[in-house]
Design a protein around this ligand. Structure first.
Ligand SMILES: CCCCCCCCCCCCCC(=O)CC(=O)SCCNC(=O)CCNC(=O)[C@H](O)C(C)(C)COP(=O)(O)OP(=O)(O)OC[C@H]1O[C@@H](n2cnc3c(N)ncnc32)[C@H](O)[C@@H]1OP(=O)(O)O
Ligand SMILES: NC(=O)C1=CN([C@@H]2O[C@H](COP(=O)(O)OP(=O)(O)OC[C@H]3O[C@@H](n4cnc5c(N)ncnc54)[C@H](O)[C@@H]3O)[C@@H](O)[C@H]2O)C=CC1
Length: 424
């Protein structure tokens, strides 16, 4: 028998547990208190009932057990942790897990980007700790990034891949670095989108340009779906927000580079996205998915620009796409050079199946090749010249080298990497 333990039933935990149950796997689901457990139970039951109704079968609710206690852990084969993105909390949870788990239970974390090695070090079985990074909504998105820690055993990684396959996910093994592959790239894409708001765009304009380009959802709708509080926790832990930073008058440069505090200011107002019914957009009620424009956000953005003496300018859809797509691809080249992804095709698969990248454009690396590497380089140089305090716009070494060597086809990029040290 295969039993899985899902820890945390928030945005991600409930979708992960539903994916497991749909694959016929028994799940013990745990939360911190009765209220959270009941909210998770209701949400998961509704998801399973909708799915069963569509397929004309009965929902496999018998595979689910809900509990507040770690005692039911003894017999589980796999744990998937999805508690808040907080290193200390996760380490604490991992330590507690090891007191009750069988010696050979695989411990997986759904962290968005924390150091898997550091988490593994909090356990008594570093070789059995692997990242299993699902994507929101977790019962729908096909991608699973399997994060290979430096001490994860090949058997543990292959078991995580096998579980992913059983869940009908598209699994991609990636190396361990902040944000892994998808979110490390997403960070730069998000940064550009937020800078565009500072410079004069609205969330609606940016999202419209991205959706016309072919993204399933614009970045601000995606942020509301995922929850703005996740990134807020990450920035707090990175020292970008904290006691040394004056939150009344947030600065626009931190740790030596451009920083936009707009998302932090939204979180301070309790606007976490869909889960609170308000984020970059407005929703009818918490949990609703239908994004509506919010006049308060437009005023909030204009007040912010006034405060900093920024004159809003008209931003074209072309600029939105170039800054977002080329900053994504630029980071992709760095990821390839560092051996965090096995090949450009893996990066493309991650974006197609994890982030709703337009299929007909083939993924950010394929798109860069289609546009022409020399064009991408020229555009990045142009935008970096306009924004010298944004290091991520500086063209990567690998992109420069590929252009200097005549823009070889995508299948040959890896052979142009000097001293490749794979993290896989
Ligand atoms: C350098 C250091 C960096 C550190 C890291 C930085 C971290 C930054 C923080 C980031 C936060 C963490 C994010 C993360 O780790 C990775 C992510 O998960 S990012 C989010 C990725 N997801 C996407 O990009 C979603 C893209 N959208 C899509 O692909 C489609 O729009 C979608 C599949 C969601 C819906 O497609 P559609 O055809 O419209 O579907 P249906 O209407 O048929 O519905 C199917 C199903 O999906 C549910 N659904 C639809 N829309 C939404 C929505 N807006 N919100 C939630 N759920 C939605 C719908 O209810 C259906 O569900 P059922 O249960 O099947 O009925
Ligand atoms: N939101 C997203 O789009 C994605 C998030 N992730 C990651 O998944 C993890 C969870 O994120 P979300 O689901 O968004 O957070 P969330 O805030 O929606 O849910 C977290 C849940 O964990 C519960 N929890 C906290 N401590 C716990 C404990 N000790 N035991 C049991 N449950 C506990 C909370 O009560 C809460 O329900 C984080 O590590 C996050 O970075 C990964 C991929 C996508």
């Amino acid at each position: 028998m295969f039993i899985c333990f899902s820890l945390g039933l928030g945005t991600m935990g409930r979708g992960i547990a539903v994916s497991l149950v749909k694959a016929g796997i028994s799940v013990v689901a745990i939360e911190t208190d009765e209220k959270q457990l009941e909210t998770g139970r209701k949400a998961m039951t509704a998801m399973l009932q909708r799915d069963a109704q569509r397929r004309g079968v009965s929902p496999p609710l018998h595979l689910l057990t809900f509990t507040l206690s770690f005692h039911q852990l003894r017999d589980v084969d796999l744990v998937i942790e999805a508690v808040f993105e907080d290193m200390n909390l996760k380490k604490h949870v991992f330590g507690d897990l090891c007191k009750v788990l069988k010696q050979d239970t695989l411990i997986c974390t759904n962290t968005s980007g924390l150091n898997v090695d550091e988490l593994a070090a909090a356990t008594d079985r570093q070789h059995l700790v692997v990242g299993m990074h699902f994507f929101a909504p977790a019962h729908v998105m096909k991608l699973l990034e399997v994060v290979y820690g430096s001490r994860s055993s090949p058997e543990a990684v292959s078991m995580a891949m096998a579980v992913g396959k059983r869940l009908e996910k598209v699994c991609v093994a990636v190396g361990n670095c902040p944000g892994f592959v998808g979110n490390r790239m997403l960070k730069h894409y998000l940064d550009q989108s937020i800078y565009l708001l500072e410079e004069g765009a609205t969330p609606e304009q940016v999202d419209q340009a991205l959706e016309e380009f072919g993204f399933a959802l614009g970045i601000f709708k995606v942020s509301d779906l995922s929850g703005l509080d996740v990134g807020w926790r990450v920035r707090k832990a990175s020292g970008l927000i904290g006691p040394d930073v004056n939150l009344v008058k947030p600065s626009r440069w931190r740790l030596g580079r451009r920083y936009c505090p707009l998302p932090d200011m939204l979180c301070q107002q309790g606007r976490f996205g869909q889960k609170t019914g308000r984020g970059w957009y407005l929703y009818d009620s918490p949990g609703s998915q239908q994004a509506k424009s919010d006049p308060e956000i437009l005023k909030f953005l204009q007040d912010y620009r006034n405060k900093y003496g920024i004159t809003a300018r008209r931003i074209s859809s072309q600029e939105v796409i170039e800054r977002c797509a080329f900053s994504l691809a630029n980071e992709g080249f760095r990821i390839l050079e560092e051996g965090i992804a096995a090949c450009p095709e893996d990066i493309d698969v991650i974006y197609l199946f994890g982030y709703g990248w337009p299929r007909h454009r083939g993924g950010p690396m394929f798109y860069a090749a289609q546009v022409g590497l020399s064009v991408v380089l020229e555009k990045l140089e142009h935008y970096h010249c306009d924004h010298p305090d944004v290091p991520s716009l500086e063209p990567s070494r690998l992109l420069r080298r590929l252009v200097a060597e005549g823009s070889p086809p995508i299948q040959q990029w890896k052979s142009h990497i000097k001293n490749l040290q794979s993290h896989l």
